[in-house]
Design a binder for this molecule. Structure first.
Ligand code: KG4
Ligand code: ZN
Length: 334
């Protein structure tokens, strides 16, 4: 009998379902919520309502296209946290009732661990131990990964996440949400040294991204006073300079972590790992420092249920199940 798991992700603004069979991802259905665009950020109440609308069709499609009959499912997995409470609640409630109705076990998954385990979906898979820089809209963490389910946070942001710094810069420039991918796009045509922004250096392996947001705010305010068209005329250079600064902050601590823990296997995960500047810089560092760098496929960088399914597969193998009394944990830790 194969291990067939249905996995559900609903921690933020993507509703996603995936079926995994004996460790092989069969599909990854994602419904993105466009309702937040006009508000310049995710509106929690609208996110949970949209999850309610999308969840059943997304799960239906995942089961249909997997070719696996519901009665052959071995377990149902779901994101328990971290994430938005209302959003998590939709996925958790569905997973519990579905597993109960089918009489199969439930598997809770930590969203941040799943971002890291996305590296085990395709080849090449990282060798242990490796350090993963997990960068998303809600988190920025350096994680020492000793085994599939053995991880230690060795550094993290003390305030904003790097994805927030991308999105807030974009918002200040009048670009739509989420601004990260747009900054990336414009940065390709800009000069990264055109404008200088402060590089924060926090103690040990920690980060801070709240200062750059204020620096960009004052910088733009002063420049617009001199020239009201400043942003329009310098979009590419502003994006390239901010992105350069953020990447510098990220890689500075990553280099320090690699040295301190004597690890040369380096991975990135989370939405911001889709950033082409960060990918390029990591490849450059790999050549320079003799690192083996692992960068996930684009569709497994941003929120998706395939990564939840992959994590659930390892949890199934280690007999790690949860009860029907499980509830979401908005601030769940690794
Ligand atoms: O992991 P994710 O999909 O959701 C969270 O768990 O937060 O990450 C979303 C974040 C957003 O801040 C988005 O702007 C950022 O990832 N992002 C990017 C890029 N693609 C997505 N940031 C910079 N460059 C990109 N290409
Ligand atoms: Zn995420």
């Amino acid at each position: 009998m194969k291990i067939n798991i249905l996995a559900i992700e609903s921690s933020c603004d993507e509703t996603s379902a995936s079926v995994i069979s004996d460790g092989k991802i069969l599909n990854n259905i994602v419904a993105t919520q466009s309702v937040h665009e006009k508000y310049g950020g995710v509106v929690p109440e609208l996110a949970s309502r949209a999850h309610q609308q999308h969840l059943v069709p997304v799960i239906h499609e995942a089961i249909e296209t997997s070719g696996i009959d519901k009665k052959d499912l071995s377990a149902v997995a779901f994101t328990r946290g971290p994430g938005l409470m209302g959003s998590l609640m939709v996925g958790v409630s569905f997973a519990k009732s579905f597993a109960y109705s089918l009489g199969i076990p439930l598997i809770e998954v930590n969203h941040m661990e799943a971002h890291i385990l996305a590296h085990f979906i395709d080849d090449p898979k990282p060798d242990f131990p490796f350090i993963c820089l997990t960068v998303s809209g809600g988190h920025t963490q350096l994680v020492l990964v000793k085994d599939h389910l053995e991880m230690e946070v060795i550094g993290e942001t003390l305030d904003d996440a790097v994805g927030e710094a991308f999105d807030k810069t974009a918002k200040l420039m009048g670009l739509p949400y989420p601004g990260g991918p747009l900054i990336d796009k414009y940065a390709k045509e800009g000069n990264p040294k055109a404008f200088a922004f402060p590089v924060s250096d926090m103690p040990e392996l920690n980060y801070s991204f709240s200062g750059i947001k204020t620096a960009v705010l004052y910088f733009l305010r002063d420049k617009i006073k001199e020239n009201p068209q400043f942003i329009e005329e310098n979009t590419a250079d502003i994006c390239a300079s901010v992105q350069y600064t953020l990447i510098k902050m990220l890689t500075q601590k990553l280099k320090k972590a690699a040295k301190l823990h004597r690890v040369k296997n380096i991975a990135i995960a989370g939405g911001v790992s889709a950033n082409s500047g960060l990918r390029e810089e990591l490849n450059r560092l790999a050549a320079d420092l003799n690192w083996k760098v692992y960068i996930p496929k684009f569709e497994y960088c941003t929120d998706n249920a395939a990564m939840i399914a992959m994590a659930a597969h390892y949890k199934f193998l280690s007999n790690s199940f949860c009860g029907l009394d499980t509830s979401p944990l908005a601030k769940m830790k690794i």
